[in-house]
Design a protein around this ligand. Sequence first.
Ligand code: ADP
Ligand code: MG
Length: 700
Amino acid sequence: MTNPNPLNQPIGILHGIGAQTANRLQKLGLWVIQDLIFHLPLRYEDRTRVYRIGSLKAGMTVLISGKVEFIDVVPRGRKSLVCRISDGTGFINLRFFHFTANQHNALKPGTTLVCFAEARYGFAGLEMVHPEYKVIANPDDYVMETRLTPVYPLTEGLSQNMLRKAVKQALELCVQTPELLTDWLPESILKQYHYPALSDAIQTLHAPDESVSTLALQNGNVPALKRLAFEELLAHYLALRITRNKTKAWQAPSFSSAEPTGKIATEHFIRALPFKLTGAQQRVIAEIEADCRKQQPMMRLVQGDVGSGKTVVAAITALLALTAGYQVAVMAPTELLAEQHKRNFSAWFEGFQVQVVYLTGQLKGNARKAVLQALEDGTANIIIGTHALFQDSVNFHRLGLIIIDEQHRFGVHQRLALREKGQQDGIRPHQLVMTATPIPRTLAMLQYSDLDISIIDELPPGRKPIVTSVIPAERRADVIERINSWVGKKRQVYWVCTLIEESEVLQCEAAEKTAEMLTQALPNVRVALIHGRMKSSEKDSVMQDFKNHQLDLLVATTVIEVGVDVPNAGLMIIENPERLGLSQLHQLRGRVGRGNDDSYCLLMYQAPLSDTARHRLGVLRDSNDGFVIAEKDLELRGPGEVMGTRQTGQMHFKIADLARDAELLDIVQQVGDSFFIHSPQSVQPLRDRWLGASTEYSEV
Ligand code: ADP
Ligand code: MG
C-alpha cells in the first residue's frame, strides 16, 4: 500500500481552508501543500521590537506601545475616531475612519496599547491610520514575536492571516516529517556553495529569526534565498534540457537522400545571389547542413547582429528541405517582416518551381481557404507568415522545416507548439531559430538551453560602421537642415518616434504630428508615415514605395524595429532614445548601414538627461557591436530590460530574479549538466517541484 506524500495533497485538506479559499489560492498557482512551501514572502514586517514613539519618522512601519491620552470623534474632513497615545518619548495619533462604539469605549484614556502600522504625516504630526492594535491588560503578559512576520503575495479575497495560517501548517508538516520534502541538491553542492539544506532555507525565508537582517532579505542577499533561486533556475534549465533530450529521440526527415540534387540546387542558388556569402554565413550553413543530415530534428539558434545576413542562410536551409520534397514554414513576429520575407523568398526562389504562400491574421475568406488548401494538399512549398501559422486550421502536407525569425518575440512554448504541427508518423520537422538580439552568453545558456547555437559573427564586407551622435532636441532645426541636404544627395531617411507609454494609439498620434511637421518644414522632401495601426496593405505599399525610392523620408514608430531592409536609407533620427533599451536602439539603428555608403544615426534626446541615460547613450555612440551593447545593458539595467518589456519570450520565476541572481547562471549550467550524469533520478522531481504541471517548456 502506498502512502501518498501529504505535501502532494490539495491545500483544501488543511485546517481552516474551505473550498472558496482553496479556489482563491489556485489563482495564485497554489494547488497542493508543497506549493505553499514555495510561495515565499514578498517582504517582511518586523514585530520583534518596540520602537520609541519619539524616534519615529514618516514611512516607518513598526511596532509601538503607549498609553491612551485622549480619544475623540473628529468631524473635520472625513469623520474619524482619533486616539492619541504616548510612551513618554513622544505621542502619535491613531486614526480610524471606520469605527464602532465598542471600539471607542475600549480605548479609554489610560489603556495600554500595542500598535503596528506605518507612521505617516497627518493634520497634527505623525499618525497611524487603521493600525493593527491590541489592548494590553498587563504589560508583563505581552509576548513579543521572535521572528519577522512574512507578507505574502495575495489575490482578491485572501488575507495575510489566512495565508500565514496555511503556510504555517505546511511548514509544521515538514518539521514533523522532514523526509517529506526531499532535498534534491546533493550534499557536495550545498558544501561547495555554502547553501543551507532545503528545510532550513524554507524555514528561514518564511519565518526569519533575529539572526537574519531585514536589509539582506530585501536585497536577496541571504544564502537561503540564493539557494532557492539557484534551485529554481536549475529546474528551468533541466526542463529545457529534458525537452531537448526528448526531441533528440524523435525521428526527423532526412534531407540527405536528396543530397546530389540538393547540392546542385544550392550551388545554383548561391551563384544567382548578387553577393558572395561571408565566411561566417558559410560556416553556419555548414553547421545547419550537418544537423539536417542527421536522423534527429535540428534545434538550432542562429544568432547574428542586425544586417549580418541571416535571411539568406534561412533561404538556403529551406532549399535543403524543398529539394528533399518537404514543405517549409517561415514565421516572423510582425506582418511587416513577414511581408519582407515573402518578397525576398519569392524573388530568390524564382526559377526554382517553388510556390511561396503567405498567411497572416489579416487574410480572410476565400483567399485564406485557398492558402490552407494549398498547404494541405502540398501544392504550396513555402509558407511565410506571422503567428497565424499556429492556428488549428493550419495543416501541412509534409512539413520538414520550421524557420522562426526574431525568436525573442516568441515564447518557448510557441516555438515548441509549432513543431507539433509538423509531426507526422513519428517524424518531427527540423527547426531553425534566428535572432538579432545578442543576449549575453550566460542568459543564452538558460533561455536557449534546448537549442544548439550558431553565431554569424561577421558583417558582409564593405559595411562601414554607423556613425552615431547624441544630440539634444533643441538642435532640431539643424537636424531638419541635415535631412534636406541628405535627400538632395538622393539618399533616404528614417525618423523614428518613441513614446514612454506602451500605448500604440499615442505612439501613432505622435508620429502623425511629426510627419505633419516634417512635411511642412521640408517642402522638397517626399514624406510618408508608417505605424502599427495601419492596415497591412497600407504598410506594405508605403514600405514598397520607400524601397523603390518613391519616398525620401519615412516617419515611423518602433514597428520598423526588426528586419526592415532598405540599403539606400543611410540616415536615421531617433527621437527620445532615452526611453528605449540599448539593445532595442541597436536593432533600430541596424536599419541603416545596410549598403556600402556612409550611414548615420542621430540620437535626439530630450534634455535634461540623467547620468545613467547619458552613459547608456554613450555606449551606443561608441560601439556598433550588439554583444558589447547587450552586456552593458545587462550591467546598467538588468536582464528584464535587455529582453524588452514587450517581449513575450521571457521566463517566469517564483523566486529567482535574473538581475539579482545573474552570478548563479554560470553554475546552473555546470550543475545541470552533471545532474543528468550523477543524479538522473533527481532531474524530473526537481523540474516538477518548480514547474509543476506547467507545460511551458514541454511538448504538448
Ligand atoms: P539580418 O541578419 O539582420 O536579418 P538580412 O538577412 O536582412 O540581415 O540582410 C541584410 C542585408 O544584407 C540584405 O540586404 C541582404 O541581402 C544583404 N546580405 C546578406 N548577405 C550578404 C553578403 N554576404 N554580402 C552582401 N550583402 C549581404
Ligand atoms: Mg532579419
